[in-house]
Design a binder for this molecule. Structure first.
Ligand code: NAG
Ligand code: NAG
Ligand code: NAG
Ligand code: NAG
Length: 380
């Protein structure tokens, strides 16, 4: 990008003038003046550091902003389902939990998952077997439809390409949650994890960190895990094939759709608003888009530890990016980045046979597309 903005501008007039066949005296003079100003421009450009950075600051930041604003819009509808809340989540709060649980000298805040307690936790999910991959799906308690669609589709595959895969749902508490119903559902499927934090959009960072806590304390033998949203089409075969590649790291590995240099949204009526107080930098560190990211299962424990010293904010995927940064680690690009897609236009069987993720509009789409993809016959 840097070289493009630097080179493109001065070249344009040259192309224009050469297209004129009859070179008059006026044109030669014009060309001369042009060359002179270009030379002057380059001279100023190279000798003064400040003009260079000014140039970069102005043109690059506009360039990036436009690009990011577009990308934001593309990604927006995924989180449509959640109501707008804006209040206390960003504040550091001292817990009222028993003092003996608190490590001395560590600032406790509401993102640290051990402030919360499992009401339902299915520890045997990883005791009876050693999963290659655990899919952890954050979902609202009331969203039974999404859970059932996943249970019929990518969540119903327990052996994928010869590897053991486990799918579990992570729930918090929301007003009007019928705990008895949830218990019944869990008795039937044995796949619900319920923690005692308030399940709201602004608390998604807590939900993610509680997932990390569960993986650390109940499922440490798994090789990989994925945080995967309930509105995702997940081509689980392609995901396992990707993770089976010999050059995929077994430690400190985080991958998905990488987000670079994303500006923090400071507009107060945005859903992604984050105050300067909770996140002072203007840009997030590189992170993986929250729709679905995959990590080696050594990372959850590290995230839980480091979260004690990473100030909380409500953008869960960027928060994981911050934890990575604090750990001195970086997300890795997947072997084939084009397999991670956010918004789809139209279902296409051949295309869906090659990708890993796509965000969908409804549970019905998931069941329909999955059924179609799995029917006999070559997809392409
Ligand atoms: C360019 O931006 C950086 C921070 O991004 C700042 O430190 C620097 O002073 C800016 N340069 C100019 C000339 O504005
Ligand atoms: C991008 O969006 C932000 C608000 O989110 C706005 O302030 C800024 O002007 C936009 N930039 C461009 C280039 O559209
Ligand atoms: C999962 O797949 C098996 C067959 O492999 C099927 O018998 C079962 O009904 C499926 N479960 C759901 C919830 O659709
Ligand atoms: C987040 O969860 C905590 C713990 O349950 C709760 O005290 C807080 O009100 C919740 N915040 C929001 C914004 O829902």
């Amino acid at each position: 990008m840097e070289s493009r903005t630097g080179v493109k501008e001065p070249k344009r007039p040259l192309v224009w003038s050469s297209s004129h066949q009859k070179s008059t005296l006026f044109q030669s003079w014009f060309q001369f003046l042009l060359m002179l100003s270009m030379a002057l421009f380059i001279l100023v450009y190279t000798i003064t550091d400040s003009s260079l950075s000014l140039w970069e600051n102005v043109s690059l930041s506009q360039h990036f902003q436009r690009f990011f604003n577009q990308t934001h819009q593309v990604i927006k509808p995924a989180y449509r389902a959640y109501p707008r809340h804006r209040n206390s989540v960003n504040e550091i709060t001292e817990t009222t939990k028993s003092p003996t649980e608190r490590p001395v000298g560590v600032q406790y805040h509401n993102t640290y998952p051990r402030n919360y307690h499992f009401i339902m936790d299915n520890p045997e999910a990883c005791k009876d077997k050693t999963p290659f991959l655990v899919l952890m799906v954050p979902v609202e308690p009331k969203n039974v439809a999404a859970r059932n669609a996943i249970r019929q589709t990518w969540g119903n595959e327990s052996l994928v390409q010869g590897e053991v895969v486990v799918t579990l749902f992570m729930l918090g508490l929301s007003e009007g949650t019928d705990l008895e119903k949830i218990r019944q559902e869990n008795l039937e499927h044995r796949d619900l994890i319920l923690s005692d934090f308030r399940d709201t959009y602004l608390n998604l960072t807590i939900k993610t960190m509680v997932i990390m806590d569960w993986l650390t304390t109940r499922c440490s033998t798994a090789a990989y895990a994925m945080k995967v949203d309930s509105d995702l089409f997940l081509n689980i075969d392609n995901l396992v094939l990707m993770l089976q590649k010999p050059d995929i790291p077994k430690q400190n590995y985080l991958t998905g759709m990488l987000m670079w240099n994303r500006p923090v949204v400071r507009s107060k009526n945005s859903k992604w608003y984050v105050s300067e107080e909770s996140y002072p930098e203007p840009v997030y560190p590189t992170y993986t888009l929250g729709m679905g990211y995959i990590f080696s299962n050594d990372l959850p424990e590290k995230f839980v530890e480091v979260s004690k010293s990473v100030k909380p904010f409500n953008i869960e995927d960027a928060y994981i990016g911050m934890c990575m940064k604090k750990l001195g680690l970086k997300p890795t690009s997947p072997p084939n980045p084009s397999q991670f897609r956010a918004y789809n236009t139209k279902y296409n069987r051949c295309e869906y046979s090659k990708i890993i993720t796509y965000i969908l509009g409804s549970s019905k789409e998931l069941v329909d597309y999955w059924t179609d993809l799995k029917k006999p016959g070559p997809p392409c």
